[in-house]
Design a protein around this ligand. Structure first.
Ligand SMILES: Nc1ncnc2c1ncn2[C@@H]1O[C@H](COP(=O)(O)OP(=O)(O)OP(=O)(O)O)[C@@H](O)[C@H]1O
Length: 244
């Protein structure tokens, strides 16, 4: 549904991304992995239209639609096509309740409609969160705060969600919950996910495919099984340890 071909980007004279190729398939979770400073955030910002690119092609093609080029589309048009983003660190309105946070996100997605109640997919995907709908969101545990940030992105039923370091700061059980939620999003709700995360153990559990960035280049890509094989090799283990 999203295809990047030979993407190049520079911050003024600092060439940062070199000939990046990447594909996100329908109903799947893809992961970008790589060391700090290798260009993951820059690539996300190019996909979202926050940063211009120097050259390359980005094609958007949700199921049963014709392909369209994203290159000349501003970021708000990309979000209207069904692309949304959860930045690092659970961005929520911490003074507001869970429900208020969700209704604001719903209203932002459909400005002409005054939302009366939460859509069914939210209570199906986030039952623990909805059980605490009247609680002030800043008082929730870290894992539930992340669930809320994710639910705010899911609430308008996008086609693709980009997640920036989703496993950061989560406990093992919160990570388990997130793995299950992402699997449900991709397999049951046809919402694809592209995430970047340095936690290879998490990526191996959650992603169907991966792309490894190194010094701004996509040096390896493959399936989750390839990633498991790669991180089991001696060279891969060195890379694995340096990712964290
Ligand atoms: N606004 C900017 N202006 C100039 N250079 C930048 C800017 N943002 C990032 N860079 C540089 O671009 C390179 C890639 O940074 P980027 O943040 O995309 O990497 P990253 O892989 O996301 O790292 P991290 O895991 O630390 O977030 C780095 O050398 C960084 O210093």
């Amino acid at each position: 549904m999203l295809q990047l071909r030979e993407i190049n980007q520079a911050y003024e004279d600092q060439h940062t991304l070199w000939d990046i190729n990447l594909e996100v398939v329908h109903n799947s979770c893809s992961a970008i992995v790589g060391q700090q400073g290798t260009g993951k955030t820059t690539l996300f910002h190019c996909i979202l239209g926050f940063l211009p690119i120097m050259s390359g092609e980005m094609t958007w093609q949700p199921q049963n639609t014709l392909p369209c080029s994203l290159i000349s589309l501003p970021s708000q048009h990309r979000s209207q096509l069904g692309m949304t983003y959860v930045p690092q660190g659970s961005p929520i309105f911490s003074q507001l309740s869970v429900e208020e946070n969700l209704l604001i996100a719903l209203k932002a997605g459909q400005p002409s409609v005054l939302p009366a109640k939460l859509p069914l997919l939210i209570s199906e995907l986030f039952p623990t969160l909805i059980a605490q709908r009247h609680q002030r969101s800043g008082s929730l545990a870290k894992g539930l705060q992340y669930q809320l940030a994710l639910a705010r992105a899911v609430i308008t039923h996008p086609k693709l969600i980009l997640l920036d370091e989703p496993s950061e700061g989560l406990t093992a059980s919160e990570e388990d919950q997130l793995v299950a939620t992402i699997a449900a999003l991709t397999k049951d709700y046809s919402i694809s996910v592209l995430l970047m995360d340095n936690n290879l153990a998490f990526v191996k559990r959650v992603a169907d495919s991966f792309t490894l960035l190194h010094h701004g280049r996509s040096v390896m890509s493959g399936t989750a099984a390839d990633l498991i094989r790669f991180s089991g090799t001696e060279g891969g283990m060195r890379q694995h340890h340096s990712l964290g």
